[in-house]
Design a protein. Structure first.
Length: 259
């Protein structure tokens, strides 16, 4: 099945891939399709950028002291249980009627095992509750994500993805994320160009050195534009009417997503 023709399924698979819940053969098949098909690769990069941007904005959270106490108790109980088991195995070779028949000893071992089990359950429940809260928070954040209708993966001359470009018509915003390692010199600027059919390239803006940036644009700027390109220009870029004056570093098809 061509999943790029089923946008809802593609979006779910890309989200699962970015979150790490797509595993095994399904993950390998998705990654193969991403290498072969630009729409699948674009969907994967979009979700990777979403998840990465959310984790970058999160403030570090120190675990509660209670969590560390539970972990220490669990480790201590497991060690005691292991010691009891080793003692019992060593005592199996002693004569009948020896200390290994002591009822109090076995009650102590059973108590240590029960304590370890209880602590493990408590710790697991706590982790599950925190994970559930994090998932709910993630879903709330994703629901507030911009509506992406156009997407392009710009590749270098080695066909390696170097920049992800998305357009949100609702907010009239182009978002560009550098996914390669290229960094222009301090006296140069990258400039984004629309490549409309049958006419000269049209500048969509000059890029700043940040890894993630946004440019204002209207839907008329990208509608019916089959491809985008990024050229290397003098500092500050060049006027749109002159067209690119430097080498074109990245280019790729602009795809309108099926909503």
């Amino acid at each position: 099945m061509d999943i790029h023709r089923h946008p809802e399924l593609l979006d779910r698979l890309a989200a699962a891939h970015a979150l790490g819940t797509l595993r095994g053969g399904a993950r390998r098949r998705f990654e193969t399709l991403a290498r072969e098909r630009a729409p699948v690769r674009a969907a994967a990069l979009i979700w990777q950028s979403r998840v990465a941007s959310m984790t970058e904005l999160e403030q570090p959270v120190e675990p509660s002291p209670v969590v560390w106490t539970r972990i220490q108790n669990l480790v201590r109980a497991e060690r005691e249980q292991a010691a009891m088991l080793a003692a019992a195995q060593a005592a199996s070779a002693t004569p009948a009627g020896g200390w290994w028949r002591n009822l109090a000893l076995w009650r102590g071992a059973a108590g240590a095992g029960a304590l370890a089990t209880v602590l493990a359950v408590v710790t697991t429940v706590g982790l599950r509750d925190r994970l559930g809260a994090q998932i709910n928070e993630l879903q709330a954040k994703l629901s507030a994500q911009p509506q992406i209708e156009y997407v392009a993966v710009l590749n270098d001359d080695q066909a390696s993805a170097s920049m992800l470009v998305t357009f949100d018509p609702k907010n009239r915003q182009l978002t560009l994320q550098r996914v390669g390692g290229y960094q222009e010199a301090s006296d140069k600027s990258l400039q984004l160009w629309a490549l409309p059919p049958g006419s000269k390239p049209r500048s969509l803006g000059v890029l700043t050195p940040e890894k993630l940036l946004q440019l204002a644009a209207g839907e008329a700027d990208v509608r019916a534009v089959p491809a985008l390109a990024v050229s290397l220009e003098p500092k500050g870029g060049v006027p749109s009417e002159t067209g690119p004056t430097g080498p074109v570093l990245f280019k790729g098809a602009l795809i309108q997503k099926m909503l």
